[in-house]
Design a protein around this ligand. Structure first.
Ligand code: ATP
Ligand code: MG
Length: 174
């Protein structure tokens, strides 16, 4: 049975860890899909790196709309629609047997903000084809997903340059 791996917590490194796993898997001849729930049109280095490896080996699909407004505001209908499309696409591909590793990047965030139903996600993960490994990332992992996962790692922030006012660095953060 494929593993369910969950990277959560407030520290930096969740998406990076998922991409490290992807690199390792590609080296073993796996085909890898990463569906990104938050990232949209902004340009990230990983998109070009995946193209260099070949999209037949590592396919990244940014399907988000950038950061959703948080706090008291509810996600907009457009955000909900984007999250649903990303989920339905990723779920379909997870069942297609075309990929041995499927990464749902920032899906925790989408669930936390009520954009996806955790029960539906759990059910789809439980019924996936045997040999498919799955990585879920994002802050605020739902306890039901943590309970179900085989690997749960919480990135704990001890320091981040953002606290000193240092903004995102090219090649490191994007
Ligand atoms: P990364 O993509 O670098 O592995 P992440 O997936 O753990 O980070 P996210 O919550 O997805 O973290 O954050 C997205 C962006 O915010 C990234 O550019 C990341 O470097 C940055 N970031 C991560 N953690 C922090 C933090 N504690 N404070 C400020 N910015 C952060
Ligand atoms: Mg991330």
């Amino acid at each position: 049975m494929g593993l369910l791996i969950l990277y959560t917590g407030n520290g930096k490194g969740k998406t990076t860890a998922a991409m490290g796993t992807a690199l390792r898997a590609v080296g073993q001849g796996f085909r890898v899909l990463m569906v990104q729930f938050i990232k949209g049109s902004w340009h990230y280095g990983e998109l070009d790196a995946a193209k260099m490896l070949g999209e037949d080996r590592f396919l990244i699909r940014p399907m988000g709309r950038g950061f959703v407004k948080v706090g008291t505001e509810k996600p907009s209908p457009e955000d909900l629609e984007a999250a649903r499309k990303a989920w339905e696409y990723g779920r379909e591909q997870m069942y297609s047997r075309q990929f041995q590793l499927v990464i749902f990047d920032e899906i925790n965030y989408a669930i936390h903000y009520g954009m996806l139903d955790v029960a539906e996600v759990k059910e789809a993960l439980a019924g996936r084809p045997e040999d498919v490994h799955v990585v879920l990332t994002g802050r605020h992992a739902h306890p039901h997903l943590a309970e179900m996962a085989d690997v749960v790692t919480e990135m704990k922030q001890l320091k981040h340059p953002f606290e000193k006012g240092v903004l995102a660095q090219r090649g490191i953060d994007y």
